[in-house]
Design a protein around this ligand. Structure first.
Ligand code: PMP
Length: 457
């Protein structure tokens, strides 16, 4: 849609007057216009002022994995919508079946796909499945859900009960019971002075299990690499020990791949970097790269079998429905999204460009004392900003916002995680589309270099 200057002004005024933006303090709009993005192509977007920018955060929150302007996805969705747009409940669909088959072919050990429409909902499905397993197979006892400090699993009250970022949950309680936090595993913010940090951090989970009573715990829910909580890559040895602990105490393991899923770290799923065999996997953002709203909860056949029971018993099947889980636009877009990732070798590109990004960020760390730590995998990386490398005091959130603004002035959109209350964070986030070229990566880090110099000298 090509809009005239007047029409664009109208759009901006309408936005200013009526849209309530996410994660945004609207007081700011008393003096400036909101950013309205009107077009995207590849890794670049254009806003209403005509400014062209490299989007180094794939739509703000790690979503548009295959980049903007993909006509083949639009066509797949269009064709499917005209043929059959929607049917809810027990009925299947052509793209629903074919996408499930394709997805599971990349996930050895997983066998079933349950559709819904957001990451929060996909996670909540797991919590409900676990509660039902507890009710039907463990006399209601094994119902507690463990989650980790700094992890995030979504926005509804149910999943906020499993939120390890106090700044996101603080004002929205009371929450449902039966959720218990385990410590984070970020080695840069050491909690234990030991050699094998990964194993020690995993042992901290076991301590919580023993404190609570293993017979009361049904699920351990973890991000493979913590995203919004500060791009936290797990230390060596962590995951093997976590898996061992889950098996030892008959606790189901749920990996939240809402961010890492569909190629972000250079493998189809983040957990596949660590040899984990999860019981549940959830995914959303990259599943259809934002071309349709779709999320998936996958499980093993063993879990699925627990819901197959006497057909005459009305309480035996999973008593859940997601209305928009019946939209065929989601799996149609997702199927084409996967084809693109395969045919364009985007996993390989992600690994190669991820290495380049990491190299560039480490070079920036040499130059800018404010970068305390650089971490991540593939095209999912972060640089934590500190006022002093010894004390590791996080830089003020306001300064982080200035870095983001300065990068934007230099034509690159980057992200930053919020400061935790209390604690650490303030990590610049980078997650460009998986199609990024070496030149794109260099432009991104060049802009960050300039932004850091502008803010910190
Ligand atoms: N899990 C993780 C790891 C996330 O980062 C997010 C969203 N940022 C969610 C779940 C929730 O997804 P949604 O916003 O689609 O509900």
């Amino acid at each position: 849609m090509n809009l005239s200057t007047n029409d664009l002004r109208h759009v901006i005024e309408a936005d200013k007057a009526h849209v309530w933006h996410h994660l945004f303090q609207h007081k700011a709009l008393e003096t400036v216009d909101p950013r309205v993005i009107i077009e995207g192509k590849g890794i670049r977007v254009w806003d209403a002022t005509g400014a062209e920018m490299i989007d180094a955060v794939s739509g703000g929150v790690w979503t548009v994995n295959v980049g903007y302007g993909r006509e083949s996805i639009a066509n797949a969705v269009r064709d499917q919508l005209i043929k059959m747009n929607y049917f809810a409940g027990a009925a299947g669909s052509i793209p629903g079946a074919l996408f499930a088959e394709k997805l599971i072919s990349k996930m050895p050990g997983q066998s079933r796909v349950y559709y819904s429409n957001s990451g929060s909902e996909a996670n909540e499905k797991v919590f409900k499945m676990v509660r039902q397993i507890s009710a039907r197979h463990y006399g209601g006892k094994k119902n507690k859900i463990l989650f980790r400090e700094r992890d995030y699993h979504g926005t509804t009250i149910g999943v906020l009960a499993a939120c390890g970022q106090p700044e996101r949950a603080a004002m929205y309680g009371p929450f449902p019971g039966g959720f218990v936090q385990v410590p984070h595993c970020l080695e840069y913010r050491k909690q234990w002075d030991v050699e094998n940090y990964g194993e020690r951090a995993a042992d901290a989970i076991e301590e919580v299990i023993l404190r609570e009573g293993p017979e009361t715990i049904g699920l351990l829910c973890l991000e493979p690499i913590t995203a919004g909580g500060g791009v936290i890559t797990p230390p060596e040895g962590y995951w093997a020990r976590v898996q061992e602990i889950c098996r030892k105490y008959d606790i189901l393991l749920h990996i939240d791949e809402v961010v890492c899923g569909l190629g972000r770290t250079g493998t189809w799923f983040g957990y596949q970097n660590y040899g984990i065999e999860p019981d549940f996997v959830t995914m959303a953002k990259g599943v259809a790269s934002g071309y349709a709203a779709i999320s998936c909860t996958t499980t093993t056949e063993r879990v699925f079998e627990m819901f197959k029971d006497d057909a005459a018993d009305p309480m035996s099947h999973f008593r859940d429905i997601s209305t928009f889980g019946g939209c065929t636009s989601g799996p149609a877009a997702a199927l084409e999204n996967m084809r693109i990732i395969e045919d364009e070798n985007l996993l390989e590109n992600t690994l190669a460009m991820g290495e380049r990004l990491m190299g560039n960020l480490l070079a920036l760390q040499e130059k800018h004392a404010v970068i305390g730590d650089v971490r991540g995998k593939g095209l999912f990386q972060g640089a934590e900003l500190v006022t002093d490398r010894k004390t590791k005091e996080p830089v003020a959130e306001k300064l982080c916002q200035q870095v983001v603004a300065e990068a934007s002035k230099r034509g690159v959109i980057i992200g930053v995680t919020n400061r935790s209350l209390p604690g650490f964070n303030n990590t610049l986030c980078l997650s460009p589309a998986l199609i990024a070229t070496a030149d794109d990566i260099d432009q991104i880090t060049h802009a960050i270099d300039g932004a850091l110099t502008a803010v910190f000298g």
